[in-house]
Design a protein around this ligand. Structure first.
Ligand SMILES: [Zn+2]
Length: 123
């Protein structure tokens, strides 16, 4: 299976590594990619685990995220820029037959000795 975050790589050699062991994630870009792939694969458990506890979605919000991510068709991810603890990306998806793009600058930090997502600013 190709990796959702990058079709030129195998899932088993890309985001699956993160999904199986978040401590293997070495930088925010890899975490961001693994979170995109978790959206595509509807891996809500990983989305929670890779989220900073201070900004983590509630169980109710997680259910809504799950329902939403299953309802859309993810197309691709573009990583535009990355710095020490931020990643700017565009995520393309089809919702109700229309192309939509999430353009976000995401902030990351370390918690429990692994990288986590804190929050994003829409651009
Ligand atoms: Zn990947």
């Amino acid at each position: 299976m190709k990796c959702p975050c990058n079709p030129s790589k195998l899932y088993s050699e890309c985001c699956q590594i993160a999904h199986q062991n978040i401590h293997a994630v070495k930088n925010p870009e890899t975490l961001m990619r693994s979170r995109y792939s978790a959206f595509v694969l509807a891996n809500i458990e990983y989305l929670q685990r890779s989220h900073h506890t201070s900004t983590q979605p509630s169980q109710k919000e997680s259910k809504e995220i799950l329902n939403w991510t299953i309802s859309v068709e993810w197309i691709r991810l573009e990583v535009l820029n990355y710095y020490e603890n931020t990643v700017e990306f565009k995520a393309y998806f089809m919702e109700n037959g229309k192309l939509d793009i999430i353009h976000e600058n995401s902030l990351f930090s370390k918690e429990n000795e692994h990288w986590v997502y804190i929050k994003g600013d829409f651009l």
